[in-house]
Design a protein around this ligand. Structure first.
Ligand code: ATP
Ligand code: MG
Length: 577
């Protein structure tokens, strides 16, 4: 049966748009979501979705749901409140930091407000699935999560309470896990394409959990919190945390200068040192002392213009993980000198790693392990033993791509999704076993796949807006068409034409926002643009007299007239659907 589309009369909606930029909002998406009245802050990092915002959120959810279903995943719904026992079983009761909100019920029993659902789904799987014959299976839900983020900010982008789509797949062997992962990768690609997002699948760190493969889906936006390295010649993309910095090609130049001790009073930083000696940071050595994994600290050597990559460093043997910089007292104890003048010449009793790019230098400048003094003309091998070489730094713009093709560009992204081969981390800890073909018991292999559903709404606005407001891609716009009648309070002709068109479009399944408020045209136009409805139709007395209405796409700069009698066909022709 044909049902009229959901439509809305603005005269029945307590819309409360604002012209001014809200002072608490830094990001454009946050500003526009508040100005357009899509969300309201209820508490720090906790938001209410008002009807217009909820319409877009539901469309995002619907696309996610359709593609998950198409990929064969099964929807379920797990509780937001989870018993502590499950988290104790997995070990995360003690491992998870203060982002985990722990609560007690009236009987003093411990619970958590779920930040994610690996424990609950593993508990379900171990009770429901007995044999490899029942595998593979993928369960998903669209559900509210709570993470007590240390810095909730940017509105729904980094909230404490947010909606996530989380999916968990279970497999009998690695091959099946890889296939399930590939299916999810495809489903994600399809859904983000359908939402009109400009995104990249980016290699990501598998973190403490380990696991084989992990990719983040990053929406490209200058405001993004993540730095991503992308090749300019192929589709290589990796989180900067992870992207390998290749050793420089070619041999190190031979020594040209002799070792000299120079006085550098007060030159503690690379910048100060550079200006004192007139040497570019790229020829200076940065010596960082970090905590060791057992006992003695470790020295990490980098080119002065390069940045330490903590994730890479903490994976090195002997380096404490997570990485921790040594305190001034620890530096003093290990080197006999205060921080700011440390260098590898004559440095003994602690492990030393040098970044490949630092090892490629000749005649470099470094600290002399003495206050207010540095060495110049330092050369590896001649003035100090060659230290162990390692990749210690963040890649920078122009570095060769680890894919072997092209050079790296650094772009910024907003993580909207994350897919991950988990392996047996949870199934082994929680004894989620199945019978294998030989009749033995095996822990199941798992994959997990998250999407920040509420974050997507903000990310989309980051990519689709102008100085006048939001520009929704049609598939997630709260309404397809906004009807703007001019002076309908005074003009019965305009009212009659607008009412008729509203009814006609609704019946045709087109979602219409009808601005039938008693408001000035300027107010209606400004709101229509702020709200970002893709197609706008203006109904005015003068046009009606000539038998025309006026159309403009939200992205267009000019309007066009079209025949009133053929309105439905005209509008259908403009819709993407
Ligand atoms: P982030 O690095 O942004 O904190 P995460 O690695 O903690 O993300 P996951 O645990 O992989 O995120 O969660 C799956 C998805 O949930 C993320 O890809 C992201 O889109 C979304 N998400 C995570 N934290 C938040 C938050 N605080 N507010 C809104 N969405 C979030
Ligand atoms: Mg997080």
């Amino acid at each position: 049966m044909h049902r009229p589309a959901p439509c809305m009369r603005l005269s029945h909606y307590p819309i409360n748009t604002v012209k001014e930029i809200p002072s608490e909002a830094e990001l454009v998406s946050h500003q526009l979501m508040l100005r357009a009245g899509l969300v309201r802050r209820t508490a720090a990092g906790i938001y209410s979705w008002l009807p217009l915002g909820l319409r877009t959120l539901r469309k995002v959810e619907a696309i996610v749901r359709e593609e998950m279903d198409r990929a064969g995943a099964l929807e379920l719904l797990m509780p937001a409140i989870q018993p502590a026992e499950l988290w104790q079983e997995s070990g995360r009761w003690s491992e998870y930091g203060p982002e985990l909100l722990r609560i007690k019920d009236r009987h003093q029993r411990d619970f958590v407000v779920g930040p994610t659902h690996e424990e609950v789904i593993t508990d379900i799987a171990r009770r429901e699935i007995k044999s490899y014959r029942q595998l593979p299976v993928n369960f998903y839900q669209i559900q509210t999560k709570f993470r007590d983020e240390i810095r909730p900010r940017f509105g729904v982008m980094r909230a404490r309470e947010f909606v996530m789509k989380d999916a968990y797949s279970f497999h009998a062997d690695e091959r099946s896990l890889a296939e399930g992962y590939a299916l999810m990768r495809l489903a994600y690609t399809r859904m983000f394409q359908r939402m009109g997002l400009n995104f990249r699948a980016v290699q990501a760190d598998t973190g403490a959990i380990g696991g084989n493969a992990s990719e983040e889906f990053q929406v490209l936006a200058a405001s993004g919190e993540d730095a991503i390295a992308v090749s300019d010649a192929d589709d290589f993309a990796a989180n900067v945390e992870l992207a390998a910095a290749l050793p420089p090609a070619g041999a190190r130049p031979p020594p040209g200068a002799s070792l000299q001790r120079v006085s550098t009073p007060g030159a503690r930083s690379i910048e100060q040192l550079g200006s004192t000696l007139g040497v570019p940071p790229a020829r200076c050595l940065k010596t960082l002392i970090v905590a060791g994994s057992e006992g003695a600290p470790v020295a990490l050597l980098l080119r002065g213009d390069h940045e330490l990559n903590a994730l890479k460093a903490q994976k090195l043997p002997g380096v404490a993980s997570p990485l921790r910089m040594a305190s001034a007292a620890e530096v003093q104890a290990a080197t006999g000198c205060e921080p700011g003048y440390i260098g590898p010449v004559g440095l003994t009793g602690l492990g030393i790693y040098a970044d490949h790019a630092a090892l490629a230098l000749a005649d470099l400048v470094c600290g002399a392990n003495e206050k207010d003094a540095h060495f110049t003309g330092v050369n590896w091998g001649r003035d100090l033993p060659e230290p162990a070489a390692a990749d210690l730094r963040n890649v920078v713009e122009g570095d060769p791509s680890p894919s072997g093709h092209g050079r790296l560009r650094i772009v910024r992204g907003i993580e909207v999704g994350h897919i991950f081969q988990l392996g047996r981390r949870y199934s082994a800890a929680m004894q989620a076993m199945v019978l294998d073909e030989a009749g033995g018991l095996q822990p199941m292999l798992m994959g997990c796949y998250g999407i920040g559903v509420t974050r997507i709404v903000a990310a989309s606005i980051e990519q689709n807006h102008d100085e006048r407001g939001i520009i929704w891609p049609e598939p997630i716009a709260p309404f397809h068409v906004v009807l703007v009648p001019l002076n309908l309070q005074k003009s019965p002709v305009v009212r009659a034409a607008a009412d008729a068109l509203y009814a006609q479009l609704a019946l045709a399944g087109i979602e219409v926002l009808y601005d039938d408020r008693d408001a000035r045209p300027g107010v209606k136009f400004a709101d229509a643009e702020l709200l970002g409805i893709p197609h706008r139709i203006v109904i005015g007395e003068r046009g009606l007299a000539a038998g025309t209405l006026e159309y403009r796409h939200r992205r267009a700069t000019d309007s066009e007239d079209f025949a009133q009698h053929a309105a439905l066909d005209f509008i259908r022709g403009r819709l993407q659907r």
